[in-house]
Design a protein. Structure first.
Length: 232
């Protein structure tokens, strides 16, 4: 029923369902997305000449349906899908991960794109996470990039890939998990810590740790710096 509503809003209630279904499925089959985009525009023009209904329509192209549901229209949805069209190839070329991890990587990139990241930004951040944490499970890496994507989307001025890099360094310097480092960064950002200076958490935090302070004490010192405006 939801897809029916999406279809009506995108193309009109008179669209030929069989043609629409074939067009969308052909993207999954590897056809040119530009070609499919043209076919869908033709369908939109034909919408007033047929009385077939949308009930029961099922398609497998999540990016298209997601884009339509967001209200972007069929052209915008297809354009968004184009960003993902060569994802598997880029993973094959640019990722040094086992074959068994490639599907997890692909799913992670597709999933975090829903948080406002474009395909390239998502891809680079995920690549960095897997490269820095080769001994961590795919499930743990996927969970982490999702959390990092939420945070990078919540604060202006935070680069997704940089956030992954910095939290990895914070964790190493303070002797805590990357998840703990992300939680620390998030807590400090909520207090007003400047996003462009996340690197000093690892830099100064490492110095404080070597001087005998633990991670909790380091966070308290950083928080006090935010309150007084003297974090660096």
């Amino acid at each position: 029923q939801a897809i029916g509503i999406i279809g009506r809003e995108a193309l009109g209630a008179g669209t030929d369902i069989d043609k629409l279904q074939r067009a969308l499925r052909s993207v999954d089959a590897g056809n040119s997305i530009r070609q499919v985009q043209n076919e869908l525009r033709d369908l939109q023009q034909e919408a007033g000449r047929t009385e077939k209904k949308f009930e029961g329509l099922k398609v497998g192209l999540e990016n298209v349906i997601g884009g339509l549901a967001a209200g972007g229209g069929i052209a915008t949805a297809i354009e968004k899908a184009m960003d993902m069209s060569k994802l598997k190839t880029k993973i094959e070329i640019g990722f040094d991960v086992p074959e068994s991890s490639k599907k997890s990587v692909e799913d992670a990139v597709r999933g975090i794109s829903a948080y406002g990241l474009d395909a390239e930004e998502a891809l680079e951040g995920v690549r960095r996470q897997w490269a820095l944490n080769k001994d961590v499970s795919d499930e743990a890496n996927a969970s982490f990039v999702k959390s990092a994507a939420v945070i990078s989307n919540a604060y202006a001025g935070i680069d997704f890939t940089e956030l992954i890099q910095e939290t990895n360094e914070i964790g190493n310097e303070l002797g805590i998990s990357q998840e703990g480092a992300l939680g620390m960064a998030d807590a400090l950002l909520k207090m007003g810590f400047p996003p462009e200076q996340l690197d000093i958490i690892a830099e100064y935090g490492g110095q404080l740790t070597r001087a005998g302070y633990n991670a909790e004490e380091v966070q308290a010192i950083m928080a006090a710096g935010v309150e007084t405006g003297t974090w660096n």
